[in-house]
Design a binder for this molecule. Sequence first.
Ligand SMILES: Cc1cc2nc3c(=O)[nH]c(=O)nc-3n(C[C@H](O)[C@H](O)[C@H](O)COP(=O)(O)OP(=O)(O)OC[C@H]3O[C@@H](n4cnc5c(N)ncnc54)[C@H](O)[C@@H]3O)c2cc1C
Length: 108
Amino acid sequence: MKDLIIIGGGPAGITAAVYAARKRLDFSVITKDIGGQAAWSGKIENYTGYQFIAGPDLVKKFSDHLSQYSFDLREGTEAARVEKKMAVLKSLLPTGKPYPQKPDRRLG
Ligand SMILES: Cc1cc2nc3c(=O)[nH]c(=O)nc-3n(C[C@H](O)[C@H](O)[C@H](O)COP(=O)(O)OP(=O)(O)OC[C@H]3O[C@@H](n4cnc5c(N)ncnc54)[C@H](O)[C@@H]3O)c2cc1C
C-alpha cells in the first residue's frame, strides 16, 4: 500500500510529487499527461518565478524536475474514481491528544 497517490500531473500534482519525494514518501502519480493546462498553453505569464515562459518550455522544466526523483509514475493513465474505504482522518495536537472536532458525516 502506498503512502500517497497523487492524481494529476499539472503544476499542482507535480508540486505535490516533488515534496512527497523530498519527504521520502512511497507514492504514485496517476495522470493522463505531464503539464496539464500548461502543456497546451502557448505562453504562460506571471507563473511564480517566470514573468513569461512558453508552455512547452515550462512543461519540459516540470519533467526535468520530476526526473530527479524516483517514484511510480503512471503517465497516460486516467483515475476513474476515488473511493474511501476507511474513515481514519484524525488531527493530533502537539501533545499527541486528538484535536476536538465534529465527526465528518461524509466519511463512512
Ligand atoms: C490557454 C491557457 C493559458 C493559461 N495561461 C496562464 C498564464 O499565463 N499564467 C498562469 O499562471 N496560468 C495560466 N493558465 C492557467 C494554468 O495553466 C493553470 O492554473 C494550471 O495549469 C492549474 O494547474 P493544476 O495542476 O491545478 O491543474 P491542471 O493544469 O488542469 O492539471 C490537471 C492534471 O490532472 C490530470 N487529470 C485530470 N483528471 C484526471 C484523471 N481522472 N485521472 C488522471 N489524471 C487526471 C490532467 O491530465 C492534468 O495533468 C492558463 C491556462 C490555459 C488553458
